[in-house]
Design a protein around this ligand. Structure first.
Ligand code: AHR
Length: 489
């Protein structure tokens, strides 16, 4: 253990902040094997008669998945929902990903899958080569109550009752030239306003987001033109950028990114404030992952096949697990403004679940998500964290990241020791009392910072239960570990 310790001081007598469970949300895209050969595999002995992989569903239930965003991502900028419903489905060529799309998994299948998992569907509409008309017709197909064209189409497809899809998004990263039908700053606001008006004219109760970015130019213009129709701005973050070159950063380089999500949230909060929408428009961090997906540009087989590199199990280490913990900490600390976050993606590519033909591997990030979902308590207590820094490559982050949550049954102190090799001493003061004595803890650490799970060794990184005792008021947290320390009321 290093001589210097981190001090964590929290006082629940000053009150706490409620947070939204939607921050434990997920995202799945028609990309590589996320849908086809991931959560949907007709004919597999692991699938039900609808083609849903039941082992994947089981694991998504374990994560208490509250919401699933679909169908993209970049994919949606060239997705037309009406091509993927009903009996006669023809494959289309998806220009965003430059691959054939079979269209056999469409709206009805997605809604049925969400029902099976027990989560809310969140549909991202085509803000690329789609139109306001097409988006609002999709709302009618899903939520229409009358015997009108698209609602009747849903009924003819076997779904008498409206799906009641509450969460909708307009566009995906529509500012980026990597989208089909990307928009300019001046085009985006009016386009979103019209789309939102028409979607709400079909169902006024929907919760609506629009593609944004944490800067003033794009998002201020968006909010000025369309803020009054929106509930959320959608932002995305991938910090180890690997789309063109698959060369995942090592533990220390990756871990140096841990404080960036918090900065993005602050920037977005400020833009919302500058536009005058504080309290009315919230943040959906509806794609996030430490590592960006690998998809070099081009249509050649070498470029398309390069997507398989996303599957290399060694990529997903304790860096991914601990970065994810810090990402969730940032959302929880900003629970007044971040009301949704969606890990991107959930199955295959960079997801917490790797679905192969004989089962699923739970990657390190699965265990982080599960620990948060199960163990973070109802109220976030403001915590002051002071301690040594960890430095690498000219950057530095706090050695220990911490949050404190509380409910009637007790308090949980969540500690992330980012140090790759040294245990971290932590002094914890709760409600004016320095913590002393023995407490149970759940710890995720692996046997090295580079530990990972794979088909051959699926349980190399799994959480363990421990009892932690202080030494002279200091608790020792193992290196490269996520530790949830539980203090009963
Ligand atoms: O690299 C994957 C892509 O990342 C998603 O489709 C898109 O939304 C984001 O840019």
């Amino acid at each position: 253990m290093t001589a210097e310790f981190t001090s964590i001081v929290a006082d629940s007598r000053l009150g706490g902040q409620k947070w939204d469970r939607m921050i434990f949300g997920h995202f799945i895209e028609h990309f590589h094997t996320q849908i086809y050969g991931g959560l949907y595999e007709p004919g597999s002995p692991l699938s039900d008669d609808r083609g849903f992989r039941m082992d994947v569903i089981e694991a998504m239930r374990e994560l208490k998945t509250p919401i699933m965003r679909w169908p993209g991502g970049n994919y949606v900028s060239d997705h037309h929902w009406y091509e993927a419903v009903g009996r006669d489905r023809i494959a289309s060529y998806n220009k965003a990903w430059r691959v054939p799309e079979p269209n056999t998994f469409g709206t009805d299948e997605f809604i049925a899958w969400c029902k099976e998992v027990g989560c809310e569907p969140y549909i991202c509409t085509n803000g690329g080569n789609g139109t306001a008309e097409e988006m609002s017709n999709w709302v009618e197909y899903c939520n229409g109550r009358y015997d009108t064209r698209y609602a009747m189409q849903r009924q003819q497809n076997g779904n008498q009752k409206p799906f009641g899809v509450k969460y909708w998004g307009i566009g995906n990263e529509s500012y980026g030239d990597w989208q089909i039908g990307a928009k300019t700053v001046s085009e985006w606001g009016p386009y979103v306003a019209e789309s939102a008006k028409m979607m709400r004219a079909v169902d006024e109760d929907i919760i609506l987001s629009a593609a944004a970015v944490p800067d003033t130019e794009w998002t201020l213009a968006l909010l000025r033109a369309a803020g009054r129709y929106l509930d959320l701005v959608s932002i995305h973050g991938y910090w180890d950028r690997l789309s063109q070159v698959e060369n995942p950063s090592d533990y220390m380089t990756a871990i140096m990114q841990s404080e960036n999500p918090g900065q993005m949230i602050t920037q977005t909060r400020n833009v919302i404030g500058a536009a005058g929408f504080t309290g009315k428009v919230k943040i959906a961090f509806d794609e996030w992952n430490l590592r960006g997906w690998h998809h070099p540009d081009g249509t050649g087989d070498d470029k398309i096949n390069a997507r398989d590199l996303n599957d290399i199990p060694q990529t997903y280490t304790m860096a991914d697990a601990l970065f994810s913990a810090s990402f969730l900490n940032a959302c929880l600390r900003n629970g007044d403004v971040v009301t949704m976050a969606n890990m991107a993606p959930s199955v295959n590519t960079r997801g917490p679940l790797y679905a192969h033909k004989n089962g699923v591997v739970k990657r390190t990030t699965f265990h982080t998500m599960k620990m948060y979902v199960d163990q973070v308590r109802e109220l976030m207590i403001d915590a002051r964290v002071d301690g040594p820094q960890l430095t690498h490559g000219g950057k530095s982050v706090a050695r220990v990241d911490a949050i404190v949550s509380k409910d009637n049954a007790g308090t949980t102190v969540t500690l992330v020791n980012r140090d790759p090799s040294a245990a971290a001493g932590c002094r914890i003061v709760l409600d004016g009392q320095a913590l002393q004595g023995e407490f149970t803890a759940d710890i995720l650490e692996g046997d090295s910072p580079d530990a990972f799970n794979s088909v051959e060794a699926p349980n190399a990184v799994v959480p363990r239960q421990a009892v932690l005792a202080d030494q002279d008021g200091i608790y020792s947290i193992p290196p490269h570990a996520l530790c949830m320390l539980h203090i009963p009321a």
